[in-house]
Design a protein. Sequence first.
Lengths: 254, 240
Amino acid sequence: MNPVRLIGRATLSMTRGIGAVALFTLRGLFRLRPFHMRGFAAQLVQIGWLSLPVVGLTALFTGAALALQIHSGGARFQASDVVPAIVAIGMVRELGPVLGGLMVAARVASSIAAEIGTMKVTEQIDALVTLSTDPMQWLVTPRLWAAMLTVPALVAVGDIIGIMGGWLVGTQSLGFNSAAYLSNSAAYLERWDVVSGLLKGAVFGLIVAVSGCWFGIHSGRGAAGVGRATKSAVVAAAVGILAANFILTGLFFE
Amino acid sequence: MIQVTGLRKSFGGKPVLAGVDLTVGQGESLCVIGQSGTGKSVLLKCILGLAVPDVGQILWQGRPLDRAARPDFLARFGMLFQGAALFDSLTVWQNVAFRLRQRMPDRKARAIAVEKLARVGLGPETADLMPAELSGGMAKRAGLARAIADDPSVIFFDEPTTGLDPIRARRINDLIRGIVTETGATAITITHDMDSVRAIGDRVALLQDGRIAWDGAVAAMDSAPPLAEFLGRTCDINAT
């Protein structure tokens, strides 16, 4: 086949795909009436509360490892004292949102895609339509809003736990004074560092929920179809988070 | 009355429905039969609005069943899916009362759901079970209770006895016949189970090669050549 035609076809297909996902996201976000409050509350628990242990543990170990790395790296140019400030800034701006988002992607995008995909193959989505209920309103809208609201909250908790992980290592193994560590952490942290991290969390939450819902609703037939949808949702969410993080970091800090 | 005219639907260039014409009168029970893959479910999905036909018209009470008319239509029909399609995250009574809960308090909706469950032979103890705790036959009954929960004027049954043993299949057929007779609802049943056709149907239509190959009274089907051929095939399949 003509390579120009091949590139053109691929470009058109990609553009169509991006457009379809964008429309899907807008429809999911703004089909609010009637709002499925029970589903929304259930998703707050599923996405937010139940993701807390994995996000907390990830943040704790990341903060602790970061403190060790910065201490060891900083020692090369006599800058070991910057550990508290760098751990705080690194966690709040970058690692808290990104790792929190990736953990939620692994846990939630797969679960949403599997649940909605199974509903599709067992005709439950068709049943919703026949019961005069819009599947977007019932399944997608509550998940999108719940993810957008809970992931920033998870990021905030993860930031605090991550900083405390650094504090634990700093005070127990690197010889930092506890009060000095905490005051140094706070001293170099600006409000925008925190706000930008939370905004990233909201965007990452949206990416996770959109990936799960999109691949679930477009799941193929049978167990294999649901399996493929689950895998695609996690991969798309993870890549989407990393790409969005690059773009948002450029927008926020350049 | 539901009237289907010149309905065509293709998937990936392969025609599944190639000009279906069909009329179902008020209070009539029509069974659509045909071999697997002849487009019976596609026909049902087109009528329900779950699939968009390429060409053709569907009229309901003389009005085109377009986007504007569909909400009114959806509010007046019930559907029993092949696998019951109960919502996994809701209890049995919440499934049955799904539509009712959108316009009445839970207590009232639950009372109606329990009444409908009783109508299909399920006791009140099943109301708080989750669908995963039901057997295949019980799930079918719960699905049937959901289909009749809102006293519909049209009920669709998609392969109502698939996956059931002969005794349970006969019970489901009897239930469907009883409900259709007692409510006076129009019924459209997609099946390849000839026992269902005899138990449920007033009329039968054979879908073959994307068209209605034969359409007539259930009493006349044994002597209809195109149908006798189909019956012979099903008998052969059953024999193996």
